[in-house]
Design a binder for this molecule. Structure first.
Ligand SMILES: NC(=O)C1=CN([C@@H]2O[C@H](COP(=O)(O)OP(=O)(O)OC[C@H]3O[C@@H](n4cnc5c(N)ncnc54)[C@H](OP(=O)(O)O)[C@@H]3O)[C@@H](O)[C@H]2O)C=CC1
Ligand SMILES: N[C@@H](CC=O)C(=O)O
Length: 446
């Protein structure tokens, strides 16, 4: 017997076609699973299904372009002989599979595959954060209209159950703030740079280890984390944000000198994603930031993600674990498959469109690379005082050559837009060899 037409877990409507049941279903029926994409995550899903032999889950189809190449990989050894391999997606869409697992990524053609699968009455499990961030609500409606599930637990923080945790466990609070690390590649890069590694070397390692997106600029320039932040804002704050409105800053601007100065300030550097509810506006930003060494966020190394959700009634809740990599991500996918197979519904709350501002009131770190001459500090301090920003400290480590001197100014809390105005005018000074680097500094209680 196969399971078809199950209830929608994250959709906005109750299941249209699922029979009413008073007792939890026993997982004796078989849910037939078709995989779209046999890359890092897809091959790990096949491995977990083979090794865990979970009741009720059967892998039946795999689609990938140039599928013969994939079939010849060592990772294909976990795939049962009975599985149909194809390079025609329509074979899966027309098959008797109950669930399509989309593990290719990107908006196109993934969106059309998922729409066709949902319209054909198949549930969908995906790890595709861009698609869920940009098109999630429409796809959820389509899933509900067809009485099927669309689950995306792997789309944020890989193997960390932050999505089911928030949906199942925090619907009874009013989440006002989300903050933390949601990109494993950036955390891997920055935590290795902290110990002296070179940016390009560790980026190449992250790609080789399967942590990075197909185009790693999605990771380092913040677009991956921005999509995840918008998904989290939707499920935790019930706020629909346009991902394009969330400002991002690349981690590629961080240099070894910044880790040296951060250390002097008892800090390190991490890519931080933050969202803070403020009436009908949400303050949201993804950027490398200075993090106090005393903060648990600073203790996240490698692919570790950490999300702190702050609720009006329940206070802070922390989710932490491996946010990237085939096997941790496959855990989230397989968990969603079990939820589909066992018809586990979840809470649904109304979502409202919200406007985004990138402004946060925070202290800032400004790093200058100058051709040294008298009067530079006074000119910088003049530009800062003109916008009302107050200097907190000035740091100059010995040993930098005068013709390429790196020094740092930190400010007392001021708005991001205010400090950016000052940086734009300072950048025009003749002595500046590079555009000054401006990073937000997290405070001890952030
Ligand atoms: N890797 C990770 O740690 C995590 C990834 N994710 C998400 O999971 C999804 C998959 O990621 P990942 O496994 O790392 O990516 P990979 O690039 O390793 O795998 C993608 C697979 O899809 C295939 N593919 C790409 N485009 C097409 C196409 N047009 N038609 C048919 N096949 C195609 C690729 O084939 P080919 O070999 O020919 O390129 C590859 O086998 C993405 O949405 C990603 O964002 C989510 C959490 C963590
Ligand atoms: N490239 C992503 C993969 C998981 O979502 C990351 O590094 O976090």
């Amino acid at each position: 017997m196969t399971t078809r037409k199950v209830a929608s877990k994250t959709s906005v409507k109750p299941p249209a076609k699922a029979p009413a049941k008073k007792t939890a279903p026993t997982p004796k029926a078989t849910t037939r699973i078709a995989l779209i994409g046999f890359g890092t995550v897809g091959s790990s899903v096949a491995k977990l299904l083979a090794e865990l032999k979970l009741p009720g889950l059967e892998l039946t189809h795999i689609f990938n372009r140039d599928v013969a190449r994939k079939r010849a990989l060592p990772t294909a050894k976990f795939v049962p002989k009975s599985v149909v391999w194809t390079d025609d997606v329509n074979v899966l869409l027309a098959s008797d599979a109950d669930v399509i697992v989309e593990l290719v990524g990107g908006l196109t053609p993934a969106e059309s595959w998922i729409k066709k699968a949902l319209a054909a009455g198949k549930s969908v499990v995906t790890a595709n954060k861009q698609l869920i961030a940009y098109r999630g609500p429409g796809l959820m409606k389509l899933a509900a209209a067809n009485g099927v599930y669309l689950l995306h637990g792997a789309a944020v923080a890989g193997g960390v159950p932050v999505i089911p945790g928030i949906l199942q466990g925090l619907g009874g609070d009013q989440v006002t703030r989300l903050s933390g690390i949601v990109n494993g590649t950036c955390n891997y890069i920055l935590s290795r740079m902290e110990t002296g590694a070179d940016y390009l070397t560790v980026l190449a390692d992250a790609q080789q280890l399967g942590y990075a997106e197909a185009d790693p600029s999605a990771d380092v320039d913040g677009y991956d984390a921005r999509a995840k932040l918008c998904i989290l804002a939707r499920i935790a704050m019930h706020a629909e944000l346009n991902p394009d409105d969330v400002p991002t800053q690349s981690i590629s601007v961080i240099d070894a000198v910044d880790f040296a100065y951060a250390k002097e300030l008892n800090c390190t550097i991490r890519q931080i994603s933050s969202a803070q509810a403020d009436g009908t506006t949400v303050h949201a930003r993804v950027a490398p930031m200075l993090v106090p060494l005393s903060s648990p966020i600073a203790w996240s190394h490698g692919t570790q993600n950490m999300v702190v959700s702050s609720g009006r009634f329940g206070g802070d809740v922390v989710f932490s674990g491996h946010g990237a990599g085939g096997e941790p991500t496959a855990v989230a996918v397989v968990s969603d498959l079990l939820a589909v197979s066992q018809k586990c519904a979840t809470v649904q709350l109304p979502i409202r469109k919200r406007t985004v501002t990138g402004d946060f009131l925070a202290p800032h770190y400004l790093r200058f690379i100058v051709d040294d001459k008298p009067g530079i500090v006074s000119a910088i301090s003049g530009a800062l005082s003109k916008v009302g920003a107050n200097i907190d400290s000035i740091l100059q480590r010995p040993g930098y050559p005068k013709h390429r001197l790196a020094f740092v100014v930190t400010t007392e809390p001021c708005l991001t837009s205010t400090i950016e105005q000052a940086v734009s005018s300072i950048a025009k000074m003749d002595c500046m060899l590079e555009r000054p680097l401006c990073l937000q500094m997290l405070e001890r209680n952030d």
